[in-house]
Design a protein around this ligand. Structure first.
Ligand code: ZN
Ligand code: ZN
Length: 170
């Protein structure tokens, strides 16, 4: 995603941008056309700019229980600088920055994509009541019932009927 330098200079914060995963070069979390909303606060710092804000999208990942595709609403914060030249006073790691190239526009995809990737929750479910995979045979219990559970129930029934027999014989 490219932003015009003029847009930053004249911006009235926050700047709202609607873009797509494809435009941010994010391929692993859904279709290229997946919408992404970005709200950017622009803080001029001399000739440089500090950009902060939020980036939101519904990303595709894998269900923690059944391994099917699951969607997660991600709302991430970002903060980085656009520098006109290297700043030795900013130690690496302290701030993220991009150097402004000698053109009228700058590609800010990389730090935005990174902040979105960092916010993907590690445990996502395809739906709240996902039944997951059978721990014994691996059947996806959302689609099909395996017989492992039935065997367990059979065991319980037989224990019950044993108990009943014992009670009757007493
Ligand atoms: Zn699932
Ligand atoms: Zn099973």
């Amino acid at each position: 995603m490219k932003i015009l330098l003029g847009e930053l200079q004249d911006s009235v914060s926050p700047l709202t941008k609607r873009t797509t995963l494809g435009d941010l070069s994010i391929e692993e979390f859904g279709d290229k056309q997946t919408p992404v909303t970005i709200s950017i606060e622009v803080h001029p710092r001399g000739d440089d700019f500090e950009l902060s804000g939020r980036i939101r999208a519904r990303l595709e990942t894998v269900c923690d229980r059944c391994l099917a595709t699951a969607k997660a609403a991600v709302d991430a914060e970002f903060n980085f600088w656009l520098l006109t030249e290297e700043r030795p006073d900013l130690s690496p790691g302290e701030v993220e920055y991009l150097l402004i190239p000698n053109t009228r526009e700058i590609d800010i995809s990389a730090p935005l994509a990174e902040s979105l990737r960092l916010e993907i929750p590690s445990k996502v479910l395809c739906r709240e009541d996902c039944r997951g995979l059978c721990p014994r045979c691996g059947t996806d219990l959302n689609h099909k019932q395996c017989t492992c559970d039935a065997e367990k129930i059979d065991e319980r029934w037989s224990q019950l009927s044993d108990l009943k027999k014992r009670m009757e014989s007493e």
